[in-house]
Design a protein around this ligand. Structure first.
Ligand SMILES: Nc1ncnc2c1ncn2[C@@H]1O[C@H](COP(=O)(O)OP(=O)(O)OP(=O)(O)O)[C@@H](O)[C@H]1O
Ligand SMILES: [Mg+2]
Length: 271
């Protein structure tokens, strides 16, 4: 970053190395996301994408061994997940939680409690949640069901999107990877993202293998992760390139530890 007049990024990772059970998964990740932008994180299975999401959110499963994370002008490297959430970070889990005995509406109510700007009376809360459920084509009967229990994959996605729209975080990390989204769930996620963008001009980091989600989105930046390292960054044009060529050439580069450009490597191999 040589341009000192540019606005500071909303989220910035500097040299983040992180481990679980003494096994280092992320190796010196640098990432800068400016407010209002949409970033996409791609990479093969096991690259460390979900881990990065969890590390940004402060999941205690992972230890940050070196580097720092800043968000909205402050260092959050040592903050608890709860404080990060209150600071405006949101992570949609690959496998959302189930809490038997707790109706979805009570969970949502507890989630917004005490958040500046989100205080609302019971009646207003119910009206707001109904309105959002309507936007997502979600049956309001869900609201009385136990959180996550017996919800289908698509229904869980709707709940995540409802949380996103209710909480209106400054930055949302959407980890879609293993959820096996069908056409309907894809529609839910796309609509949720649209509504979030429209309502808040929010900032997104989308982790996905399914680039159809991205078709109607303006993507500002794409990051490719292989073996716990960001090996390539570029604009939205990287997405169709990856759809066509896959990650193989990036993996070769990562494997050789070379600084070669995988797109150039692929081109030189007569692709
Ligand atoms: N809690 C953990 N304990 C031990 N190893 C872990 C843990 N979490 C992740 N890993 C390992 O770290 C690596 C990266 O996993 P991660 O889930 O971040 O990959 P991913 O890029 O999200 O993959 P996918 O595209 O399949 O979702 C994998 O080898 C995984 O087994
Ligand atoms: Mg993952």
């Amino acid at each position: 970053m040589t341009d000192t007049t540019a606005a500071a990024p909303l989220l910035e990772l500097r040299g983040v190395t992180a481990a679980a059970d003494e096994k280092t998964i992320l190796h010196g990740i640098d990432l800068a996301v400016t407010a209002g932008e949409t970033h996409v994180l791609m990479g093969p299975n096991g690259a460390g994408k979900s881990t990065m999401g969890h590390v940004i959110m402060g999941d205690p499963t992972y230890t940050v061994q070196s580097g720092s994370i800043s968000f909205d002008g402050r260092d959050i490297t040592e903050l608890t997940p709860d404080k990060r959430s209150r600071a405006g970070l949101f992570l949609s889990f690959q496998a959302p939680v189930e809490i038997p005995g707790v109706p979805l509406s009570s969970f949502l109510r507890a989630e917004i409690a005490g958040r500046p700007g989100l205080e609302m009376k019971g009646k207003e809360f119910r009206r707001r949640v109904k309105e959002l459920a309507g936007q997502l084509d979600m049956d309001t009967a869900y609201l009385n069901r136990e959180l996550g229990v017996g919800f289908s994959g698509g229904e869980k996605k709707k709940v995540e999107m409802l949380q996103l729209l209710l909480l209106q975080p400054k930055l949302a990390i959407l980890d879609e990877t293993d959820s096996g989204l069908d056409v309907d769930a894809l529609g839910v996620v796309s609509r949720g993202i649209d509504a979030y963008k429209k309502a808040t001009d929010g900032t997104l980091v989308i982790i996905t293998h399914n680039t159809r989600i991205l078709e109607h989105l303006h993507v500002d930046r794409v990051h490719v992760m292989v073996a716990g390292r960001i090996v390539k960054e570029g604009g939205a044009d990287l997405i169709p390139w990856i759809d066509e060529h896959g990650f193989e050439s990036f993996e070769q580069v990562a494997g050789h530890g070379a600084a070669a450009d995988p797109q150039a490597v692929a081109a030189s191999q007569g692709e």
